[in-house]
Write a protein that binds this ligand. Sequence first.
Ligand code: NBX
Length: 840
Amino acid sequence: NEPFDLRLPTPGCYLDPEKAGMDSDAVFQGMTAHLFYTLGKLATSASPHDLYMALSYAVKDRLMTRYLASQEVIRKKPQKTVAYLSAEFLIGPQLSNNLLNLGITQEAEDALKRFGIESLSTILEVEEEPGLGNGGLGRLAACYMESLASLQVPAVGYGIRYEFGIFNQLIRDGWQVEVTDKWLKGGWPWELPQPDESCFVGFGGRTESYRDDKGNYRSRWIPSEHAIGVPHDVPVLGYRVNTCDRLRLWRADATESFDFYAFNIGDYYGAVEEKVASETLSKVLYPNDGTDEGRRLRLKQQHFFVSCSLQDMLRSLEKRSIPITEFPKHWTVQLNDTHPAIAVAELMRLLIDQYQIGWEKAWNITTSSVAYTNHTLLPEALEKWDLGLFNDLLPRHLEIIYEINWRFLQQLRLRYPGDDKILQKLSIIDEEGFKSVRMAHLATIGAHHINGVAALHSDLIKRQLMPEFAALWPEKFTNVTNGVTPRRWVALSNPSLSNLLEEEVGPNWITNMELLKKLEEKKDDNNFLEKFEETKLNGKRKLSSFVHSKTGILVDPSSLFDVQVKRIHQYKRQHLNALQIIAQYLRIKNGTNKFEVPRTIIFGGKAAPGYFMAKLMIRFINGIADVVNSDPDMDGLLRVVFLPDYNVKLGEIVYPATDLSEQISTAGKEASGTGNMKFAMNGALTIGTLDGANVELRDLVKKENFFLFGKTESEIMDLKNNNYSPKTFINQCPELKEVLRLIEIGHFSNGDKELFKPLLNSLTGHDPFFVMADFEDYLNKQDVVSECWNNKKAWNKMALLNTARSGYFSSDRSIREYCESIWKVSPMPVEITCDVEELT
Ligand code: NBX
């Protein structure tokens, strides 16, 4: 067996990261080779996109040693690996992150100069980001993969390679317009297709019983349809370590490219129909981040990627001749919400039907390896599948679910004799109305741990969402507060702040955010506070020019940048912010504004295409922006911007540029929020409710450095239980009345009194998210914000303390908690030597 020489594919030896392949010369050589051989371009005529591709390929080459070495370590010395199952991974641009984690940003910059490119940013700008997620949940999965690799934990992220990610958002006449996201059109250099590791997945058909050789009755599934999952691996390199984990995204292919019978009888279109149908499976990401539509194709997508992933894990044991019964020693399977919850039934099916393992043993294996993270309390967001649809697509899984349920209900009967109510309440099958399968129940019963994503949220899961389950299995329920990666969200996006942090506390804050506590010593140091403010100003200048280029609006970088970026939702209450703007506008018009504080209020976020009220909220914000920005009385005092197409890339510009972070959801509705953490790390102050991780953020930065307003979760519950009437609150607040009247007369809709009526009716009628109840307190707190801004030194001190005390929200901390209390996995450093034979 000839050893495979890893040095062959590109110039330079990449086996020793300390020495080889990492200087600007080698990067230049790599780029030149890729331009010529991979892209078929001459350096003399290369476009910025060509150079982006060439540099990306050269960087990917440098990931490969680490990627292969990381897999070798596991093959040679078996070690428990994390399988993070998620329907979404919102990974963002890859080039900058890989340069940072490899430590060759400067080298790349120098190599580019030899192609006549003066700044790396011109090349970074042309990168298309894969929008393979909706929002927080998908971005969390990406931060967690980066932290896993940085902590040197063996991990695979399993998901779907959607051909079209989340739509691109245009704003036309103030309305959101959705455009297909063709992220693959220019070629995407970061993936490695691995067709030899493809998997078969079945759908539909029927089950039949038969007797096996031992005479036992068994069930088998005869699917009527198949698809092939082709893995596309994306390397995920840790920060300055050799561990390179992977994201394994499945693309659905047809099993047969033609139905030959149909083809022979001349039915060409009929012949390609099945191919087209099965390829649709990984075609598009569902753009709903809340309400679940219960669509057939979505359930197919879920089963498709879950089945491929579990088969892949089982196969990895077979390849290493490890008995299947040892699955839990080698894999810990985390379900990112219920989207992959079918894993509980699919793992049981594979173990029982494929590997002939008995029920008890199979159940033991399943429940020892699966854990579930819940991300929402909103009842409309809890996944339920119509029983008929489920049976149609996954008849064998439904049989297994019935058996799981029957055994579970037996257990309940013993514990609560005669209590049919609790059986009905906890059953996996919802028997009321249209019968359905409750995925959260399946996940909870099949998992060894279930966690919420912030302290308050985890508490509410136990108290409100699943009190009976929590009483039954108190030890299963736990909390892991979300976190975000400081590599992308500080080091990459905010170089100016990063340099200052490095000067002050040294370079290790990037992997040990608690070191930022040391900044507290500087809280009264004027000189330092000015430097800190200067980093913010740099971010604001950059955002200002971006705003101008995208919207034509001129904003003043010295004004207070007040920002709300997140998906558009009623519970997130962008309309509360919008109403507040109208109140400020009125005060300026009437000459009753107390503080002459120039503010730039910036919004960004997408609305689900079928969510009428959210789309109307976007229209509403743009209606206000039009009036405010064209009124000379507002000059130098108020600007309103709706930034189109908010995504990861744009987030990287927004977080460093923000003075005031808006986290104003109705208490009890936002599971955690993660934008709140990114803002705080970058030195923004928060105006917020006691919701999600805001609660912990306020505790950490201390209450004097946080602008709190609004009803608490329990006060909201009281209002709800006591026939909440928004009218009472409106009548108590003349300013609010005036704001509503102005909208009603069409002041923000060119005289059209109908346009915003649904919004007004909702707010003044039921007001399901208690906007009226919190308005006055919010407005008053905004005055406190303005007053505070006028004392710049005090503001800077508060901002600094936010950065200094936000280290807890590093995803490294979250991942350590998952590793220790849920997954029971430990780091496994990867060593690389120049000895090729040792690796092969
Ligand atoms: O998950 C979000 C929560 O709303 C945030 O509070 C939390 O910080 C974040 C991470 O834990 N949930 C979320 O983003 N959900 C979705 O994107 C989603 C996507 C598809 C779907 C349902 C929800 N069917």
